[in-house]
Design a protein around this ligand. Structure first.
Ligand code: DUC
Ligand code: ZN
Ligand code: ZN
Ligand code: ZN
Length: 460
């Protein structure tokens, strides 16, 4: 199939110009003014913005967690992502403690292969680092194209590794050309505060927030950066939420260390006052929790300072019935919120439309940096000759309202119900196919491909 997108305003991380894009098969073949090609299909993109497909490098699809499974499968989650202009996601494979990385990968392949609608890759979460796991790191990098290794400094007894394991893992990952990523919060402090609140009869969602104060994240972020600096391992902090944690990263830059930082859309837009709504606050029970307005300001500034490199979601949806598991005990509320479909439009409306970030910055943090940092660039994350034709045609004027009644995620509430946005995804291409057009998905279950990733270049 060949396709010509005419007269769109093409935005990449660096450029902003009006041109035509000629696509043949899965990739972009030519870009220029008045291209002299005949295509089987033409799309008039006059007056529209044309972005690279969004990349969300932090999602949890069909994940066993806290006694249940996140409610979007690889099929429903990637389809919803496409509706919102995200063409590639990176999902987390979770090693079970006492088991191998391979067993976990087999389980995730079993759920995602042949079902995902959009393209996807995997991070490998190492929850038990030992001699056997160590031997598997090289295989993951060399054979599976999985080059990022997620760690948890919290969730003791299920996911957490200690600093001894962290140091050893970083040494091995560095050697094999990978990157270590982290959920950076102090698990022991949090476990103590949870127990203290429960003992005092403080059981509402508000106490989820009060059990994970800013210091738990700032401390762990600094400790992680220090261990990474010592080992020389490329390092990335997922879902950074607050001023204290960003200051730990800022400090690391003073010794010329680069620590990559991801925040998530909810930490830019929502704050902890939502936990004052009694049990309704469970909709936003996630870890780390939402923070304060001053933290939102810090994060927006961090994006513009180049300290915050990526805006992801940590999409981890649960049905309201699942949230009710914690009706009488905040520590049993499954952690996570749905956003995979809303990220690109929320960030455009609240970021670009409201003048907080430029169009180029928008593409950089939502599309290009995720591809660069995680080894998919330039195949993904930009609009260029030879790149995959993953393209979003976007109407910057159209207004619309977010609602669970109209979203495509498999979850029965929206964390952004009633939000009025300016700017809407109109058409989405994934590897040259029209995947979404005017709210309809045109590619089948199983269209999504697993994307093998390259080794890490720490100096991007
Ligand atoms: N935080 C969440 O809110 N959900 C999934 C895992 C995590 O760390
Ligand atoms: Zn296997
Ligand atoms: Zn996390
Ligand atoms: Zn997560």
């Amino acid at each position: 199939m060949s396709l010509l997108i005419k007269n769109g305003r093409i935005i990449t991380a660096n450029d902003d110009y009006i041109a035509d894009i000629f696509i043949e098969g899965e990739t972009v073949k030519a870009i220029g003014k008045d291209l002299p090609f005949n295509a089987e299909k033409e799309i008039d993109a006059s007056g529209k913005l044309v972005f690279p497909g969004g990349i969300d490098p932090h999602v949890h699809l069909d994940m066993p967690f806290m006694g249940t499974f996140s409610s979007d499968t690889h099929e429903t989650g990637t389809r919803a992502a496409l509706h919102g202009g995200t063409t590639t996601v990176i999902d987390f494979v979770l090693q079970q403690q006492g088991h191998s990385l391979h067993e976990a990968l087999d389980a995730w392949n079993g759920r995602a292969r042949g079902t995902a609608v959009g393209d996807y890759s995997f991070h490998m979460a190492v929850t038990d680092f030992n001699e056997h796991t160590k031997a598997e790191i090289k295989q993951m990098v060399e054979e599976e194209g999985i080059t990022s290794f997620k760690t948890f400094m919290a969730y003791k007894g299920a996911l957490m590794i200690d600093d001894r394991q962290m140091t050893a893992l970083m040494q091995e990952v560095k050697k094999q050309g990978g990157m270590v990523t982290v959920h950076a919060t102090n698990g022991d402090m949090i476990d103590y505060l949870i127990a203290q609140n429960k003992a005092a009869g403080n059981l509402a969602p508000l106490y989820h927030y009060l059990s994970q104060p800013e210091v738990t994240e700032a401390e762990a972020s600094g400790r992680f950066a220090d261990i990474a600096n010592y080992t020389g391992c490329p390092a990335y902090i997922v879902h950074l939420t607050c001023e204290g944690a960003l200051n730990a990263v800022r400090n690391a830059t003073r010794r010329n260390q680069k620590v990559f930082v991801e925040t998530c859309i909810q930490y830019l837009l929502l704050d902890a006052s939502l936990y004052e709504r009694n049990f309704e606050g469970a909709k936003w029970v996630m870890s780390p929790p939402l923070r304060q307005k001053k933290d939102q300001d810090t994060l927006w500034a961090g994006i513009n300072q180049g300290l915050v490199n990526i805006v992801a979601t940590d999409h981890c949806p649960f049905m309201w019935q699942q949230k009710l598991m914690g009706k009488d005990d905040f520590s049993k509320i499954p952690n996570g919120h749905p956003a995979i479909e809303n990220r690109m439009e929320l960030l455009y409306s609240e970021g670009v439309h409201k003048g907080r970030i430029t169009l180029n910055r928008y593409v950089e943090v939502a599309c290009t940096n995720p591809a660069r940092i995680f080894g998919m660039f330039p195949r993904k994350g930009t609009i260029a000759v030879g790149s995959d034709a993953d393209i979003v045609i976007f109407d910057p004027q159209e207004k619309h309202v977010i609602s669970a009644a109209t979203h495509h995620m498999n979850v029965d509430y929206s964390a952004y119900e009633g939000w009025e946005l300016t700017g809407k995804v109109k058409t989405v291409l994934l590897r040259g196919q029209i995947a979404i057009d005017e709210g309809e998905c045109l590619v089948p279950r199983g269209y999504g491909q697993f994307i093998k990733r390259k080794k890490v270049n720490a100096f991007i």
